[in-house]
Design a binder for this molecule. Sequence first.
Ligand code: DC
Length: 227
Amino acid sequence: MKDIIIAIDGHSSCGKSTMAKVLASRIGYTYVDTGAMYRAVTYFCMKNNLIQGGDIDIPALEKALPDADITFRHISGSQKTYLDGEDIEEQIRSMEVSSMVSPVAAIPFVRTAMVERQRRMGEMKRIVMDGRDIGTTVFPNAEMKVFVTASAEIRAERRFIELTEKGLKVDYNDILANVRERDHIDSTRSVSPLRKADDAIVLDNSQMTRQEQNEWLYNHYLEIAGR
Ligand code: DC
């Protein structure tokens, strides 16, 4: 099998990370969740009072970002995110961070800094990276590109179940509104908007079980890496 880069892009809450993680551990690759990087920057802004009433203090963020101690550790196929050495995996999944992450991810200097780190992580190939612009901007030459999608209602329902199972009190309609708003911001921003790369394979998983998606992805990997 050839060593390759696998780029998995698509809408938010469509199960990209779950299937990317499963594939990475099955084939012994490193999994990188790039959404967690933008979430970590958002959490960093909140912790340092750089977001007030929904407004981001962009000049202050530009000054502070190079010194932000955001790190990622890859332990047995999954990724953990740290700020100043503290595990922030739980915090970056909160609704507070979710509701501010799209505008933070739309800031050009934030994207430049994150894309640079992502490219470094892929230097040795053997990576499964999920995000919005991996196949279009980060690794336009990735050997395998998948664009995952599902209806907004189905994605909101899955997110509702996930958060409820974690014991969080959330409202389905709030989640649906957040999913739609993020879709809109992610696909209309000026830098690296979410779009399918011309050579990506589309996976609409609205009607698929997790098992079916995992097999679909694995079979594509075998076909591409075995060529
Ligand atoms: O995948 P996620 O929901 O954790 O992503 C969080 C946000 O970050 C989402 O609004 C889109 C943005 N994002 C991005 O702009 N580019 C990426 N490569 C990954 C995520």
